[in-house]
Design a protein. Structure first.
Length: 273
């Protein structure tokens, strides 16, 4: 596959700059490493199975609280069997998660407890299960009225978990869709269809941004292309790894990345105004 090195390098440099502006050098370095690990996991596994793939395209987005919309690689050609499809799909989120976890735990240890004044104008982040565990292990119980002023390294870990969980949603062309198809084959389409209403409910009650993902998924389609060999089942080890990735999704998932952004809350604010 043709590689436009200057495009990859330019987007990479712009993403470093946008993440630096968003949260500083520690955050920028950590989140870049997490994103790079995720995409290189896909890239190297694609190379292993002879699937043409580009280098990562990093996506700078200075207006977002993350400073980036992540990174993607483009693949072409047909994947030969479900084993290859599964391995390519799982390599990215697993690699990113492995780097995100130490960032989260070390960063949580470096975070500073602070008293939250009543009526203060603060943005409260949603807490995945793994962050709750990190706080319990590294900080302990905070006094009433206190919260953690999160360190940039922990924030990078938190963003890494969010990206991991987002990619592990078992729908269509997302990594989770590849993993699910490897396990269930064509039956995975029924699961993908059932998750669309679930995401709409998340938008209503937790975060309106889920509607953007629903629109994108419906636009690109929730179906999954068939590998050449769609019949040979996965071996036991890969099925165990699929279950492990389900646990990774559960401990990383954040229904409301930022508190107070549900569709209901926003509509109440508009009607109240």
């Amino acid at each position: 596959m043709k590689r436009n090195w200057w495009v990859h390098a330019g987007l990479f440099a712009l993403t470093i700059a946008s993440t630096y502006v968003a949260r500083g050098p520690i955050y920028s370095g950590a989140i870049i490493c997490i994103l790079l690990a995720h995409e290189m996991g896909h890239f190297l596994m694609s190379r292993k199975y002879g699937v043409p793939a580009t280098l990562p395209y990093f996506i700078p987005f200075p207006l977002s609280p993350f400073g980036t919309l992540g990174a993607v690689i483009k693949m072409s050609g047909v994947i030969r069997d479900k084993k290859a499809l599964f391995d390519i799909g799982v390599a990215g989120p697993l690699s990113g998660f492995i780097l995100a976890v130490p960032c989260l735990f070390i960063g949580t240890k470096l975070s500073v407890p602070m008293k939250v004044p009543a009526g203060g104008n603060f943005v409260f982040m949603g807490e995945p299960l793994l962050l709750k565990f990190a706080e319990w292990l590294m900080v302990g119980n905070l006094p009433t009225g206190f919260d953690l002023f999160i360190h940039p390294l922990a924030y990078a870990g938190w963003v890494g978990l969010f990206i991991t969980a987002l990619n592990l949603l078992p729908i269509g062309q997302l990594d989770g869709g590849h993993i699910l198809y490897g396990v269930l084959g064509p039956k995975s389409r029924a699961v993908s269809r059932a998750l669309i209403p679930f995401l709409v409910l998340l938008a209503i009650f937790y975060n309106v941004g889920w509607l953007v993902l629903v629109a994108l998924l419906l636009f690109f389609g929730i179906g999954h292309p068939h590998p050449l060999d769609a019949d040979t089942p996965l071996d036991g080890g890969r099925r165990v790894l699929a279950f492990v990735m389900l646990l990774v999704f559960v401990v990383s998932f954040i229904p409301a990345p930022f508190v107070g952004t549900s569709l209901i809350t926003l509509l109440r604010g508009l009607l109240g105004a």
